[in-house]
Every structure is written in structure tokens, then in C-alpha cells.
Ligand binder design. Structure first.
Ligand code: HEM
Length: 533
């Protein structure tokens, strides 16, 4: 087994193992050239697959023992990676390494290391790994833009998330949420029940709501879970895709990824053309001096669009597709994460009936206090402040802690880094293992695996270590939509608990998919919505 040594480059000719290996290859080629060439090709492939072995150990990082040539994760496609992270954190502590195929990856859960890597020493870890999603549009996604290109887009997008902008969008989100509840009510049977697939149901609303808030358009048939725009997004994200052995093999032998692209390019066509049309029609509106929403999302996109072709944009490689890609990545960044979170929140609520009763009492009394009574409307930006609905806010935060939709927040080390005997080499991927980090028993000593919203009530949360809540990442490249996400989640949840109870069904289960390495992937979670009197 130890033909290739470790770390494996090609074996030196003058070593005993080298003489044995190269001698055997030459002999085989002389007697059977066909088999000999195959053996030489395999030798080269395997040596390449092992080329990074040893790098992590040399930096003082404990590693998940690699196999002969499939890295540390020979069953990657079957492994539920966030559970693996939890187990490894228990075994190794706050930092460990793994060879994912041939890529050395470092996993961090220790709050102090997270602060250093993601915030203080950001210049060493400013980018994410260059990605090829098999789609030109997705390759322009904001999350994966490199260095200066990312900086320019981020600087232009940040002003969209100020308090005043958020308040402006909040009315649209709130109208959309209450309309959606009315729609769900109208779908209930004569006993006031409706079976839902949590992710499909909540993502339908989120996509419709995003279209309204960011693009200012109303989707045709937007409340129908099977509407073509929502379906295109789900297909593009490969929601029904399963990882297979070919995927695991492609991690060690990247040429195989050509046969198993991560995302599907076909549905991006509908999405790309819709976004292009919307941007171009706002551009025309602005050029003809028509009224606009003054610096909303579309105005920012049009501003960037008008700079395509300038020297600065040419140098940075920013094209029209880059601009469309930003609109798409806001949808993706927002809808998939939020629907994943809402599915977990609904599951925890169904699992804890007493919790949802408290949530209902809280929202009803906040409405009463406001003078809005029990009838429609009233749930708006002011009502969803933490001071008005501390318990509901705590339930949302606890769900975010327990089930972070982004399993691992990633960075690539662009400059060698070291700290107290640990060194990370340029080219290594660094992952914040969110599921494990958020269960830190030193920070959440009371049953870290359990759903306990009380942890985040105002009287309890003050002393919590901020770097042990990793759900939105950290530092200059953290989630730009955090405040928007909280606004959305709170408006939806308040409307939901006011209108419905959530109940488990005989077929309710929460089953995670293997191989998902970035975004949480799970099979349909079915629950019943039951209308409140
Ligand atoms: C529950 C909801 C959400 C969760 C858990 C979440 C989580 C995350 C995480 C972990 C990151 C990576 C942060 C890092 O690398 O440090 C991220 C990045 C990002 N998120 Fe979110 N997100 C959510 C909602 C949203 C929403 C609503 C939007 C848009 C309105 C959004 C847009 C983005 C974008 C554009 C990035 C890339 C930022 C950059 O690279 O500079 N996210 N998000």
C-alpha cells in the first residue's frame, strides 16, 4: 500500500520503493505495452490525487486520516457532513483538517480562531475558492467573486441594507406575508387543515416576495408552488439532485466533474432572460426621466450596468452577465437559506406545541398593545422589534443556531498564516463548521443539542460569546443580507403563528442528504397547518 510514500509527489528514482515501482512499470510495458501504459497512467493519476497529503499535518493541524488515494472522505457522497463535523469537533477540538479528495481543508469551530481568520487576519483569507458551477451565470455569483471585483460589488450593494431601506422594503414583505397566509387559509380543507411540504411552501413565498422587493415585479401565478419561475430556481439549485460515487471520485480526479456538474445550466436561461428584461426596462425608465424607487436594488444594478465597457470594469472582468449574476445571487442567497431555516423552525414548533402557544400569545398581545386587535394587518416593522416579540425572536435565533442553513462558511488562504504553532498554507480551504461551532458546550452548556429558545431571551443572551454563533459568517465578507433575513423571518413567523398551529403528521420526518457540503439539503418535511379559531 505504501508504494507512493507521503507526502506523495513522484517517488525518487534512487529510493528502494522508486526502483521497485518504476522497474515494475518498465517490465510490464516491455512485456505488455497496453497494460503498461494503463499502469503508468494510473500511477500518474494516483500520485496527483495524493500530491497534497501531509500539508496539514506539517502545519500542526490534526487530520482525519487520509485513505490511499481518495483523501479523508472516501464516502463523501453518502456522509451527512454537518453531523460528521459535530463528531470531529468532539474528537479533535476547535480545529482539524481533512483532505477532501486532493484539496486540503481546515475546519474551525474555536471562537478565537474564527475571529482571527474571518475578521482580524481577513487579508490572508479574503476570497472563497474559485468555483466552476458548470453555469456561466452562477460562476458570476457574488459569493464567489474574487478580490477587487467582489469589493466593488459589495460596496455598491451595502447601502441597500440600511435601516431606512429595510423599513421601506418591510411594508412590501409584510403585505406579501399576510397575503400568503390568506392564500394558505383558502387552501385548507373543511376541517381547516392543509398538508405542506415546508421547504416548497416557504420557498414559494420567499421567491415571490423577493421578486416584489428586489425587482418590483409581481410573478405570474406566484403563490402556486409549481410556478415556472420558482421551479427554475429549484432546478438550478439541484434541489432534487443526489450526490453519487462519481462526485466523490471527481474530488480526487477533477476531470470527472465534467460528467457530474454541480448545478444545471438549463433553467438559468429563463431566470437570466427575466432579470435582463427587468434591468433593461428600469434602465429605459430612468433614461426617459420616469419616476423610480430612488436607489433601490434595481437602480443599483442599472448604475453598474451603465459602467460595463468602461476601462475599470473591463480590467475587473465585469460584464452584463456579472450584473445579472448579482440579482440571481441575492435570490439564491436569500430564498434557499431562509426556506431551509423556516422549515426547521416549523419542525421545532410542531415538536414543541407549548412553544408555539407562547409564540401565538406573544404576537396577539403585541397586536393588542398596538391597537390592531386580532383582525388582519398590524404586523409590520415596528411590531417585530425584539422588544415587542422577544420570545418569537428567540425562537428564530435558536433555530438559526441549531440548524444553520449554510453548513460551512468558506474562505481560501491566499497568504501563508500562522498562530500559536498552527500554520495554514496558501491554497488551503478554511471552513467555519457552523453546526459544530454553534453547539459549543462552553457557550451553550444547557443541552447544546436541544431546541431551547430561552437561551436567546434578553435576560440570558447578553453574555453569549459572539463568535460561537456562526450562522451568518463573520467579517467584511459576512452575510450582507442578515438584517433583511431577520426582517423576513420575523414577519413570516408572526403572520404564521397568528393564523395557524403547526402539527406533525404520520409521515413527518427530518432526513438530511449525504454529500451536501455547503447548503443544508434534506428530504421533504411534511407538516399540517391547522387554522386557529
Ligand atoms: C437565514 C437566512 C440567511 C443565512 C443563514 C445566510 C447565511 C450566509 C452565510 C453563512 C454567508 C457567508 C458569510 C461568510 O462567508 O462569512 C452568506 C453570504 C451572503 N449572503 Fe446570506 N444568509 C441568509 C440570508 C440572506 C439574504 C436574505 C440575502 C440577500 C438579501 C443574502 C445574501 C448573501 C450574499 C450576497 C452573500 C455573499 C456575501 C459576500 O460574499 O460578500 N443572504 N450568507
Amino acid at each position: 500500500m505504501e508504494f507512493f510514500g507521503s507526502p506523495a509527489k513522484f517517488l525518487p528514482l534512487n529510493s528502494p520503493k522508486g526502483i521497485l515501482l518504476y522497474g515494475s512499470l518498465i517490465t510490464l510495458t516491455v512485456f505488455n505495452p497496453f497494460l503498461g501504459i494503463i499502469a503508468i497512467a494510473l500511477t500518474i493519476l494516483i500520485s496527483q490525487a495524493r500530491e497534497n497529503y501531509g500539508i496539514l499535518e506539517a502545519g500542526g493541524i490534526p487530520v482525519v486520516e487520509p485513505t490511499w488515494f481518495l483523501g479523508s472522505e472516501p464516502n463523501y457522497h453518502k456522509t451527512i457532513l454537518h453531523f460528521a463535523d459535530i463528531e470531529r469537533c468532539k474528537k479533535f477540538g476547535g480545529i482539524w483538517g481533512s483532505y477532501v479528495g486532493r484539496t486540503p481543508q481546515v475546519y474551525v469551530t474555536d471562537p478565537e480562531l474564527s475571529r482571527l481568520i474571518f475578521v482580524k487576519d481577513f487579508v490572508h483569507f479574503a476570497d472563497r475558492k474559485e468555483a466552476d458551477f458548470g453555469s456561466a451565470l452562477l460562476n458570476e455569483s457574488f459569493d464567489y467573486l474574487p478580490g477587487e471585483k467582489w469589493k466593488l460589488v459589495r460596496t455598491n450593494m451595502s447601502p441597500l441594507f440600511t435601516t431606512s431601506k429595510l423599513k421601506q422594503m418591510s411594508d412590501v414583505i409584510s403585505d406579501s406575508a399576510s397575503e400568503f397566509m390568506n392564500h394558505l387559509s383558502s387552501q385548507c380543507d373543511e376541517k381547516g387543515r392543509l398538508k405542506i411540504d415546508c421547504k416548497k411552501c416557504t420557498s414559494t413565498w420567499l421567491i415571490e416576495m423577493f421578486a416584489r422587493t428586489t425587482l418590483g415585479i409581481q410573478l405570474e401565478d406566484g403563490k402556486n408552488p409549481d410556478n415556472k419561475f420558482a421551479e427554475a430556481f429549484r432546478e438550478m439549485m439541484g434541489e432534487n439532485a443526489e450526490y453519487n460515487l462519481l462526485y466523490t471520485l471527481s474530488l480526487s480526479f477533477p476531470f470527472l466533474s465534467y460528467f457530474s456538474p454541480a448545478f444545471s445550466d438549463e433553467p438559468t436561461k429563463l431566470i437570466e432572460s427575466t432579470f435582463r428584461q427587468v434591468i433593461q426596462s428600469r434602465k429605459k425608465q430612468i433614461e426617459s426621466g420616469g419616476p423610480t424607487n430612488s436607489k433601490d436594488f434595481l437602480d443599483v444594478l442599472v448604475g453598474l450596468w451603465n459602467r460595463v465597457g468602461t476601462e475599470e470594469f473591463k480590467n475587473l472582468g465585469i460584464t452584463e452577465l456579472t450584473i445579472v449574476g448579482q440579482a440571481v445571487s441575492f435570490f439564491l442567497g436569500g430564498y434557499d437559506t431562509s426556506s431551509s431555516l423556516l422549515s426547521h423552525l416549523l419542525f421545532y414548533m410542531a415538536d414543541n406545541p407549548e412553544v408555539q402557544e407562547k409564540m401565538n400569545i406573544e404576537v396577539m398581545s403585541a397586536l393588542k398593545k398596538k391597537g390592531a386587535g386580532g383582525g388582519g394587518g398590524g404586523i409590520d416593522h415596528d411590531l417585530i422589534q425584539d422588544s415587542e416579540i422577544p420570545y418569537i425572536s428567540a425562537c428564530i435565533t435558536e433555530s438559526l443556531r441549531l440548524a444553520p442553513p449554510v453548513l460551512r462558511t468558506e474562505r481560501i488562504c491566499t497568504k501563508d498564516w500562522s498562530y500559536k504553532g498552527i500554520s495554514i498554507k496558501k491554497g488551503t480551504q478554511v471552513m467555519l463548521a457552523a453546526w459544530a461551532a454553534n453547539r459549543n458546550p462552553k457557550v451553550y452548556p444547557d443541552e447544546p443539542e436541544a431546541f431551547k429558545p430561552e437561551r436567546f431571551l434578553p435576560e440570558n443572551k447578553a453574555g453569549l460569546e459572539p463568535y460561537a454563533f456562526t450562522t451568518f459568517g463573520f467579517g467584511p465578507r459576512n452575510c450582507i443580507g442578515t438584517r433583511f433575513a431577520f426582517e423576513t423571518l420575523k414577519l413570516f413567523t408572526c403572520n404564521l403563528v397568528k393564523t395557524f398551529r403547526v402539527e406533525k403528521r404520520a409521515d413527518t420526518q427530518l432526513k438530511y442528504k449525504g454529500g451536501a457540503y455547503l447548503m443544508l439539503a434534506f428530504s421533504s418535511v411534511y407538516l399540517d397547518l391547522v387554522k386557529r379559531e
